[in-house]
Ligand binder design. Structure first.
Ligand SMILES: Cc1cc2nc3c(=O)[nH]c(=O)nc-3n(C[C@H](O)[C@H](O)[C@H](O)COP(=O)(O)OP(=O)(O)OC[C@H]3O[C@@H](n4cnc5c(N)ncnc54)[C@H](O)[C@@H]3O)c2cc1C
Length: 372
């Protein structure tokens, strides 16, 4: 029943045509976001005492799989605000929860996450955005890159800044802060990236930006704990979105293969085309089951770091293979925006990089199976 509700919502508010248009114009999908707000989707997994519905991660996975049907980016727009709310539910002060969660559920503010810097990509221990203690506030100076949706309206950037040296442990000295994107001293520049053209990805420059101490999330210097807290949920959500979008790529390619006639027969009758699509469909089914397994384990409190990383790794790479098959099956037409395949393919490439690259996932899984 829930999946049916999601399906109806997606066809009405996140349709293929709407997404194509937003992607071509590189415009943030405010209308679809507002529809998600009105449907109550941002409160889906928020505990009831904070104004949500208290559903578990399986529901969120099904929703994200649906939202990403025509673009991973639509699911990402949703996931970013969810991540901000989850962070405040788990690590925020009561005052922060009261100040930020109700307006986020009402669509008056939204969240983005900004960790990456020019010298801190996979290795976030290198974060250098400097936050100097000035008594009642921190003063920020430095630069972030690749902050998705940071330039959208009423966005509160959740960022990691360096408040102290690594101090023995490589992961210490980082502090998480809430920084509204219209705070004086912030300059945002949209980056001309290949993927995520709706949400937009930004370079952020911080010059003497004042952040009141009440905006610090958790303890000063203990930001790593917060960064690491949602890795499982993030990878499950990622896996679900990759599967949702890749399934559409396969469905579109099958439809095209049945309709396109060359050498007096539908190209889908050629065995090489058939088998390529069968392999892609089989891999995406496997990726879906891996994702659901990790979601089921997590929802029951069973540690699922390995399973979530495996699902993220496999689903992103299977998504890349599936969209590449789609690009081949559609021939030259694949490269035109009106066929949508080039968008699926662009996002699939990015999915092997964000939320921990494929290599980083393999490193995590290696540790989990005993290869430290
Ligand atoms: C469109 C887009 C949106 C993004 N959105 C956000 C966002 O919202 N917020 C945010 O904070 N960041 C965001 N990012 C940044 C993204 O998370 C990083 O690009 C990613 O973590 C990789 O960092 P990097 O690009 O610096 O690559 P690097 O870390 O420099 O890696 C380069 C290559 O080296 C490999 N490598 C690195 N370390 C190892 C290792 N130990 N073992 C094996 N191989 C290794 C990597 O796998 C990769 O192939 C976004 C990026 C893009 C392109």
């Amino acid at each position: 029943m829930f999946r049916d509700t999601v399906n109806r919502f997606v066809e009405e508010h996140c349709s293929r045509e709407y997404i194509r248009d937003m992607d071509i114009k590189r415009e943030y999908p405010y209308k679809a976001y507002q529809a998600m707000v009105e449907q109550g989707w941002f409160g889906l997994c928020v505990p009831e005492e904070h104004g949500g519905m208290g559903a578990d991660v399986i529901y969120r996975a099904i929703l994200q799989e649906g939202l990403a049907r025509y673009a991973f980016d639509m699911g990402a727009v949703y996931g970013l605000t969810c991540w901000g709310i989850d962070t405040l539910v788990r690590f925020g002060t009561q005052a922060q929860r009261e100040k930020y969660i109700p307006p986020a559920l009402a669509g008056e503010i939204r969240f983005s996450i900004s960790m990456t810097e020019p010298n801190a990509g996979s290795d976030l221990t290198r974060i250098a955005l400097k936050a100097v203690d000035k008594g009642d506030h921190f003063l920020l100076n430095g630069q972030k890159v690749f902050a998705t949706a940071a330039g959208s309206k009423n966005n509160v950037i959740v960022l990691a800044a360096r408040t102290g040296p690594p101090d023995g442990a490589r992961h210490s000295g980082l502090t998480m802060m809430l920084v509204p994107n219209d705070t004086p001293g912030i300059e945002l520049r949209k980056m001309p990236v290949l993927s995520r053209r709706m949400s937009g990805t930004y370079e952020c420059f911080y010059t003497d930006v004042k952040v009141p101490k009440e905006n610090v999330i958790g303890e000063v210097g203990k930001g790593w704990k917060i960064l690491g807290a949602f890795l499982v949920a993030e990878r499950i959500g990622g896996g679900a979105m990759y599967v949702g979008n890749a399934q559409t790529a396969i469905n579109d390619a099958v439809k095209y293969a049945r309709e396109r006639v060359q050498f007096d027969q539908p190209i889908g009758d050629f065995q090489s085309i058939k088998h390529a699509l069968v392999d892609a469909a089989t891999e995406i089914d496997a990726a879906r089951l891996m994702t659901y397994q990790a979601a089921w384990m997590d929802s029951r409190g069973i540690p699922a770091l390995k399973e979530a990383s495996m699902a993220k790794l496999y689903a992103s790479e299977a998504g890349m293979r599936a969209t590449s098959v789609g690009m081949q099956v559609l021939g030259g037409y694949a490269q035109l925006p009106e066929y949508d395949m080039e968008r699926y393919w662009r996002d699939a490439k990015q999915n092997m990089v964000s939320s921990g690259t494929s290599q980083i996932q393999r490193n995590i899984i290696a540790k989990a199976i005993g290869l430290g």
